[in-house]
Design a binder for this molecule. Sequence first.
Ligand code: ASP
Length: 438
Amino acid sequence: MKKVVKFGGSSLADAKQFAKVGEIIRSDSSRVYVVPSAPGKRNDNDIKVTDLLYECYELAKDGKNFYEPFLAVKDRYNEIIQGLNLNLSLTESFDEIENKLLNSPEKDYTASRGEYLNGLIMANYLGFEFIDASEVIFFDENGNFDGEKTNSILSPKLEEINNAVIPGFYGLGHDGKIKTFSRGGSDITGSIVASACRAGVYENWTDVSGLLMADPHIVSNPSVIKNITYRELRELSYMGASVMHEDAIFPVKKAGIPINIRNTNSPDDAGTWIVENTARRSKYTITGIAGRKNFCSIMIAKDLMHSQPDFYRKVVQCFEENNIPLEHLPSGIDTMTVIVQESKFIEHEQEVLSRISKIVEPESLEIESGISLIAVVGRSMKSQTGTAAKIFRALADSRINVRMIDQGASELNIIVGVLNEDFERAIRSIYHIFVDVE
Ligand code: ASP
């Protein structure tokens, strides 16, 4: 079974971190393809190499002197090379980047050099072959990742090569120029490589021991989620939980490859397994809790609205016309409530309200802002009674008023709306009742 291993920026921030990565790869011969990020922060005050490169580009495009950030970039790589005692010089590559910055600076090309140079170092350090991502990863004419073309070139290439390093974050655009994914995109490259070689697992190495059940800034020392399905992860990510780039799920999900999130600084921890399906039960009824602040609710009341089959459609249309995505639509017999993100609604507030008044002539229209949504997610909720009761008991015990409730028929999650000021307390109380008490 082949494993594809992707290492994030903090795992490759300096020679000491590189050495840990080397040990991880050498300890398991099935770790055959390596996808590195650019060197990240060595401490809280440090600057990521990718950010330094963006700075170089911003200066260069205006014809300004870019040597301060550029020298900082060179220093970062030279320090790693020296720290690892490698017989490698990047002078030629540095000159090439400098020339390009001076003569025809390109944003994506400049940013991508962080991964490119780190890939050269990694390949030299491990004795693996270096595959330039611009030769195997492609984007189409609309700038989207071109899976078909990529697989047709990357899959046979990997079949020929036993061990390789493929830098993350970039590929070749339809116009023949380097193009990057959005920030954090090395996760996507790892997933693409795993899918192209039909890996048994995609290991994503970072600086935490997996996905946590709740935000550690809100709950102190939350438990690590051992197993989570792709669908659960989507629900939690949408509500703010973050562990890797959202788009990184799709290539491996399609190929049925599990993702294992691991910690470079604590390699013996099992981490989190992200899978399509699992019979494994979580220790707790819920898998995780996540939430976001600043939603608005618009409550529309009109007697007998149910007897007008087009009522909902007309209301939804008012939001659609203004490009405002709907989050939830809890409803009563003569009321309908629309929950939207405040930031997306406020700009078009008056247009939307006047359209609703005109099209459906409601008896009343009430708006409330400052609402937080909290998603309690778990595949095990379906087969358990009393989950919702527990959530509401936790909130009631903490004297938190629930402004909205939504549970889909999938029973994968229960969403509750509370006031922004109750947000953190609500999450702590739900976590406590399921994890500490259960
Ligand atoms: N180096 C890029 C960034 O900082 C991509 C990555 O790390 O995944 O966004």
